[in-house]
Design a protein around this ligand. Structure first.
Ligand SMILES: [Zn+2]
Length: 367
């Protein structure tokens, strides 16, 4: 997870990155934010940033060995802990396969969604004493390849009094160890733990950021997206629910356009560009945001083929398109071009010229 995948929260993200760059990484931390705020997404981006070996000011690089392992959630110095029903496992590591599948697909998930993914059959989740002992053991080892060893515990609200065995570890962790709790409900966290961590409050997501993401998914037009974002009160899960599974207005034009470019049918691509240029500025901006989402999905497809938020039709398209795009940094180039295009549209650039110009560039790239 990179910061660029996090919805909104830019001010907070900038503060977190600054802390890392300046070497201020408190060893016990709590990210506290309500459901749908993206506290887990932020925590994952933060951890990737800490362990990135080629850090940029605005994000982790996404390409160094550490970032690649983060993308697959297989970094040996990154441990995850979370609630699970006792009939499914003794310790969290046994459920890493499910975790690696669910989290990249929907890092904004809540407890109920996680239990459903585990087929918990109405059994309650819990972070049991065996898991606490496993954490103590894991964190006693030296980091394998990073400077930092990190334990990310999602929903420490599910730690019973057994959690107190972790106190000493949180208070005096081994050198270069980070204990990061990601929680929703302060009242349900053991007060003994609460008093030993540095608290970062994650606010609800800004409406504009939620609206942009909804438009990016092509779930809604600009007006609906703004209305839904306001109703969601900063909870992205709620916004997704409200947006429902409306038919996607952007997939078909995008698919057609890419088809013309790939088959080098330039006359058709130019005709298409002529037509589509008439849709209006807001819709065109939404279209480019959608292009960005699809290209992003295409680029991560080899690592997380079950990316949710995409419909079945989109998923199929992404799977096929990734075979064409995932060579020689084609995805990165496309991403940059669509980004520039969205920016130009916003600056009142000429839609026909932007689309035609892109058609030529894409035809050359995709051949
Ligand atoms: Zn990196």
């Amino acid at each position: 997870m990179k910061f660029s995948d996090v919805i909104g929260q830019q001010e907070l993200a900038a503060r977190l990155r600054k802390g890392v760059r300046e070497g201020r990484i408190p060893h016990g931390q709590l990210f506290l934010g309500e459901e749908g705020s993206g506290n887990l997404a932020l925590a994952l981006a933060y951890c990737a940033y800490i362990q990135c070996t080629n850090r940029l000011e605005h994000d982790s690089c996404g390409e160094c060995p550490s970032c690649r392992k983060h993308l697959g959630m297989v970094h040996p110095d990154m441990h995850y802990s979370f609630p699970f029903p006792s009939n499914k496992a003794d310790v969290a590591t046994e459920l890493y396969p499910e975790w690696r599948k669910e989290i990249p697909a929907q890092p904004y998930l809540n407890y109920e969604m996680w239990m459903q993914a585990l087929n918990s059959e109405n059994k309650q989740g819990n972070i049991p004493i065996k898991e606490c002992h496993a954490i103590l053991k894991n964190l006693s080892l030296k980091p394998f390849e990073s400077e930092y060893k990190i334990l990310l515990m999602w929903l420490p609200e599910f730690l019973g009094n057994e959690g107190n065995v972790l106190l000493k570890l949180i208070e005096e962790p081994p050198e270069n160890t980070l204990f990061l709790l990601v929680a929703q409900n302060q009242d349900k966290i053991l007060t003994t733990i609460l008093s030993r961590v540095q608290l970062t409050r994650i606010p609800p997501i800004q409406n504009t950021a939620i609206a942009e993401r909804l438009m990016g998914f092509g779930k809604t037009g600009a007006e609906d997206a703004t209305r839904i974002a306001m109703m969601s009160a900063g909870n992205y899960l709620r916004a997704l629910e409200l947006a429902g599974n409306e038919e996607n207005a952007y997939l078909e034009p995008f698919r057609n356009w890419m088809g013309f470019c790939f088959q080098k049918k330039l006359d058709k691509a130019v005709n298409w560009a002529d037509d589509y240029a008439g849709v209006g500025r807001e819709q065109l901006k939404g279209f480019f945001l959608y292009c960005l989402e699809i290209v992003r999905a295409v680029m991560v497809f080899p690592y997380m083929p079950e990316k949710s938020g995409l419909s079945k039709e989109e998923g199929d398209f992404v799977a096929n398109f990734s075979k064409i795009v995932n060579h020689h940094n084609k995805g990165e180039k496309m991403y940059n071009w669509f980004n520039e295009a969205a920016y130009e549209v916003e600056r009142n650039g000429n839609a026909k010229i932007i689309l035609t110009d892109l058609s030529f560039k894409l035809a050359r790239l995709l051949k």
